[in-house]
Design a protein around this ligand. Structure first.
Ligand code: SF4
Length: 337
């Protein structure tokens, strides 16, 4: 175990964790909501430092990031635990764990080994993903620093529920992030997800202000966030508050965990969301988790297909010097070609 960062000591050996917006006050010998941070004799410790539960080499498109070094590989890793309890979680076996089981889970691997493996496998970046990188921040932070020193990029795939203090620390080392905007109703965040909407919106704005490359994903779930007004609210927020150049990924829900009885998202709902995104002014809207031609990157000016994708594979990338070769329009993103 390693002593945590971003916490303060309180009276009677209590501590307050300031890593995510829950800001848990944790009594001695107890853990926070994420289960991975424990108060031991008035000091806060992380139980997941150096304890990877998943490691894979993924296409960066799988994160999903479509405008960040397309066609490259991302060395992806995670530890157990999460600060949310989404009833629809696809990774619940590794995210929803008991505090007792954590020390039995995963494989010990140092930050140096993670970076060395990423370099050896020819990855462009390291993706801190699968569960929530916020809750394994100490580990993630060390990996991120070493990765930058070795010329690799860092990617977060996050629920956006970190504190401003954490964003300040990781900001200089973070090159790209995909944040889930899971709903646009605070009640849904509280009842189904286990958080609040406002901190996520605030963090999205801050991430954008910091100049970190940002893409947003919204999983559309029947009966949860598929009301046309809510979909329009999400699209308008991304377009007006974050910028029309921020790619918005609309993702199809498949029944999972405590929402196994909820049907998959109908295609017409996904198409409605796609249209709402373009109506809001967004230039890049993608529909994921379906076999379709909705995952190509088109020039927002002349409509030409610039990046053709089959699932996560790039079939063709015509972007030249960051511009459309047909009309010369600048295409938003980093390392596009
Ligand atoms: S990371 Fe968040 S959920 Fe975990 S202990 Fe800290 S404040 Fe609580």
């Amino acid at each position: 175990m390693k002593e945590a960062v971003l916490y303060q000591k309180l009276e009677r050996s209590n501590v307050q964790c300031n890593l995510c917006a829950h800001r848990c006050v944790i009594h001695p010998e107890k853990s926070g909501i994420c289960k991975v941070r424990e108060n031991i004799n008035g000091e806060l410790y992380t139980k997941v430092y150096g304890r990877a539960i998943a490691r894979h080499i993924d296409p960066v498109e799988k994160k999903p990031l479509y405008h960040f070094y397309p066609g490259t590989k991302a060395y992806s890793f995670a530890t157990p635990g999460c600060n949310f309890h989404c009833r629809f979680c696809q990774n619940w076996e590794i995210s929803q764990v008991s505090s007792e089981s954590i020390l039995e889970m995963g494989q010990k691997i140092t930050p140096e080994q993670i970076v060395a493996n990423a370099k050896y496998s020819g990855c462009k970046s390291i993706a801190h993903t699968y569960t929530e990188p916020t809750i394994f921040f100490e580990y993630s932070f060390d990996v991120a620093i070493i990765a930058h020193n070795e010329g690799l990029k860092n990617i977060y795939v996050s629920n956006g529920y970190m504190t401003y203090e954490m964003l300040e620390m990781i900001g200089p080392y973070l090159d790209a992030i995909n944040v889930d905007l899971k709903a646009f109703r605070d009640e849904t965040y509280r009842r189904i997800i286990g958080g609040r909407l406002q901190p996520v919106l605030d963090n999205l704005r801050k991430i954008k202000q910091k100049g970190i490359w940002l893409e947003v994903t919204s999983l559309i779930i029947p009966g949860m966030n598929d009301d046309p007004e809510e979909i329009r609210d999400m699209a308008n927020f991304v377009a007006k508050e974050l910028g029309e150049d921020v790619p918005w990924h609309i993702s199809r829900f498949s029944p999972a965990w405590k929402m196994e009885n909820v049907p998959a998202t109908p295609l017409k709902t996904l198409h409605f969301a796609e249209a709402a995104g373009f109506e809001a002014g967004l230039r890049y809207v993608y529909v994921g988790n379906v076999a379709s031609n909705k995952e190509a990157t088109r020039c927002p000016a002349c409509g030409q297909v610039l990046i053709n994708r089959m699932g996560f594979e790039i079939l063709k990338n015509k972007i030249y010097n960051g511009r459309c070769p047909n009309c010369g329009t600048q295409i938003s993103g980093v390392g596009l070609g």
